[in-house]
Design a protein around this ligand. Structure first.
Ligand SMILES: CCCCC/C=C/C(=O)SCCNC(=O)CCNC(=O)[C@H](O)C(C)(C)COP(=O)(O)OP(=O)(O)OC[C@H]1O[C@@H](n2cnc3c(N)ncnc32)[C@H](O)[C@@H]1OP(=O)(O)O
Length: 279
């Protein structure tokens, strides 16, 4: 994916020169050092290989541009932050594709989880599974107060299992017992429940999610970068190293697991159910 620079939006001045790719819009504000990154992969921001790749490219570009110290992740699609991993990438394909796809999922998590940027998730829609994982990699999570916007690692409901580094990310956020229950039951939390269990840090009216994210960002950016970055690294490096040490084994585990007939059947049935839902 190439990064395309578009002309500044009207009245936005130089500092809001948008850039990004087809599926990841980036609205930078150089004056504040904050960029808003919006996923735009309609209808539900499913994390396709293309979206993952463009996400990694856009994140790397922001990390390499010292103008930016903070990024707000949000959705350009109504009602959905992200529907999680793209199920069509995980069924009906071949082992080589599964390996390529999983490598990209790992890569995105590794880069987000240890990012030097302040990352804030402005969750303006449903946030299941891989979408929830992305929000968990952030330093702070704000969820719109809409009972339709459920959040959680619901993989068991699909008959699949979130890998250990998904689990570790959840445990680091809500604790072991809450994670044990949430993962086994595939819990999708209502906003108030997500707040109560610590899955999100704030629940605000839908039209205040972005403004709240901007004010929280200002608070985090008031901390000297180097000290905050070293502290974040101290908190997260052990978790990251567990995957780094066994990335290839993790890919092989995923490929053999997802290739099982029983798993392929579960995924197909789940996709069918999603499509029937509309009927
Ligand atoms: C084995 C190791 C892997 C473990 C880690 C796995 C992590 C994952 O992320 S697995 C994916 C889990 N995701 C979900 O369970 C969410 C499924 N989707 C939904 O619940 C809903 O779509 C919604 C709440 C996100 C949005 O609902 P709504 O606005 O009503 O939209 P629709 O359900 O009608 O969906 C529209 C359209 O998109 C397709 N779709 C939805 N989710 C996915 C997805 N994750 N991957 C691919 N495609 C998805 C859905 O089938 C509809 O398609 P069309 O009928 O062709 O329009």
């Amino acid at each position: 994916a190439t990064i395309r620079r578009t002309e500044p939006t009207a009245g936005s001045g130089d500092s809001a020169r948008r850039f990004g790719t087809q599926r990841v819009l980036v609205e930078p504000d150089a004056a504040s050092g904050v960029a808003v990154m919006k996923f735009k992969n309609p209808p539900v921001n499913s994390l396709s290989l293309e979206l993952l790749t463009e996400f990694i490219i856009s994140l790397e570009k922001l990390e390499n541009d010292k103008t930016f110290r903070g990024v707000i992740l949000t959705s350009d699609c109504p009602r959905v932050f992200s529907a999680g991993l793209d199920l069509t990438e995980m069924c009906g394909k071949n082992p080589a594709h599964y390996a390529e796809y999983w490598k990209a999922v790992q890569e995105l998590w590794l880069r987000l989880y240890l990012s030097n940027l302040v990352l804030i998730a402005a969750i303006n829609g449903a946030c299941p599974a891989g979408g929830c994982l992305i929000s968990l990699t952030c330093d702070y999570r704000i969820l719109a107060d809409n009972p339709k916007y459920l959040i959680g690692l619901n993989e068991t409901l699909l008959g699949i299992v979130a890998p250990f580094w998904f689990k570790d990310t959840l445990v680091n956020t809500i604790g072991h017992r809450a994670s044990e229950q949430a993962l086994q039951l595939g819990l999708l939390f209502l906003p108030a429940e997500a707040l109560q269990v610590g899955l999100v840090d704030q629940v605000v009216p839908e039209d205040q999610v972005l403004s709240t994210a901007l004010s929280v960002m200002a608070r985090w950016m008031a901390i000297p970068d180097h000290a905050r970055q070293l502290t974040k690294n101290m908190m997260r490096k052990t978790t990251v190293d567990r995957l780094v040490k066994q990335r290839d084994a993790d890919i092989q585990n995923f490929v053999s697991f997802i290739s099982r007939d029983s798993i392929q059947k579960s995924l197909q049935m789940y996709l069918e159910k999603l499509k029937q839902k509309k009927g």
